[in-house]
Write a protein of this length. Structure first.
Length: 360
């Protein structure tokens, strides 16, 4: 039995209980968690914005140590440090093979609909986003674990699995920021802070961070922001004022709200690029006129998991961490235990803090 944070039903409070976790089956790996980040996607799963069979153990951003492997597992052994991958590519679907876009893998989330453990009374449990990291231990497919990069502390590595890969990928693979460009980042939670830092690594001359909470200015500037704005009706105009009247070359939206997407678009210069990272509900509608699409000649793109290939990008990120360009611990604003997750959700709703990290 292991302790876990269980979501019994959509929008219900989390229960901290013991669950029965099976031994790993063929092709599976059992991992003892060292730490797990509390991501806004977990909140979206809990309130029904994203679909998730319940009851479920949420949590998808984590790192830990392999304690057992199932038959056929060749790449990992007990004692290995690993980073969890919540969107493991199958390597055989059209997106993986023909298009080379593993972040869009057709089978990446197939595991979410298959029970992986049981409650003490025998009720089946589903793994949130395939990983179920809000537990002392979890069992995942071998392709859902990545080797812990050398020189990276296990606890710090937890945020690599979602916030950092997403923010870094959005900058380098979706927006494709180049040296000298001006970037605006809307929303500076965990992903937003990683995006700010990644924009600076990419050589952005100016990075304007925008958030509804004035208290996040220190976090944003520590991550590399050159300017900070408190979100308002004037945000797009304020961005243009800071960029010589033109607007940002790149706007990256990390909130998932229609208003924020529209603001990101409006804050981008003619011919600029707007990337949407935030996950909004289906009721969030964004509208544009045909004339403005023609006139501004901007590009608007969605971005899943930063358009990242973790096997390719994790070693690159590890180099940035080891050489001092990316401080993973700076993304974490609070260390909590399992029973602190509901408060972390409330902090997200209130717009406070960066990344809360569950330590086991």
């Amino acid at each position: 039995m292991v302790r876990a944070a269980v979501l019994p039903a959509v929008s219900a409070p989390l229960d901290i209980v013991e669950i029965a976790l099976p031994d790993p089956g063929p092709g599976e790996v059992r991992v003892r968690l060292a730490a797990a980040g509390v991501c806004h996607s977990d909140l979206s799963l809990s309130n029904g914005t994203l679909r998730q069979p319940v009851p479920a153990v949420l949590g998808h951003e984590g790192a830990g140590t392999v304690v057992a492997v199932g038959e056929g597992v060749r790449g990992f052994a007990p004692g290995d440090g690993v980073v969890l991958n919540w969107a493991p590519a199958c390597g055989s679907c059209h997106f993986c093979v023909a298009l080379g876009e593993p972040w869009l893998c057709a089978e990446a989330n197939a595991r979410t609909t298959v029970p992986y453990a049981h409650t003490r009374d025998g009720q089946p449990l589903y793994p949130g986003l395939s990983v179920a990291a809000f537990a002392e231990e979890t069992v995942v497919p071998e392709r859902a674990v990545l080797p812990l990069p050398a020189g990276i502390p296990l606890e710090d590595a937890a945020v690599l699995g979602c916030a950092v890969l997403t923010g870094y990928g959005a900058v380098h693979h979706s927006a494709r920021v180049v040296p000298g460009e001006r970037v605006v980042v809307l929303g500076v939670g965990g992903v937003g802070l990683a995006t700010v830092r990644s924009a600076r690594i990419a050589g952005a001359e100016q990075v304007i961070a925008v958030d509804v909470t004035p208290g996040k200015e220190g976090l944003a500037r520590a991550a590399g922001a050159t300017d900070f704005l408190v979100a308002s009706e004037r945000t797009a105009r304020d961005v243009r004022a800071l960029t010589g009247g033109l607007g940002a070359d790149v706007a990256i939206e990390c909130v998932g709200r229609a208003r924020a997407v529209r603001t990101a678009w409006d804050a981008t210069r003619r011919g600029g690029r707007t990337t949407v990272l935030g996950i909004g509900g289906k009721e969030e509608r964004v509208s544009f006129s045909s004339l403005e699409i023609f006139h501004f000649a901007r590009t608007l793109t969605g971005c899943v998991y930063g358009n990242s290939d973790p096997a390719r990008d994790l070693p690159v990120l590890a180099t940035h961490v080891r050489e001092g360009r990316f401080d993973l611990s700076a993304l974490v604003t609070e260390h909590i235990e399992l029973d602190g997750i509901p408060d972390a959700f409330e902090a997200m709703l209130a717009g406070r803090g960066g990344r809360a990290l569950v330590r086991f």
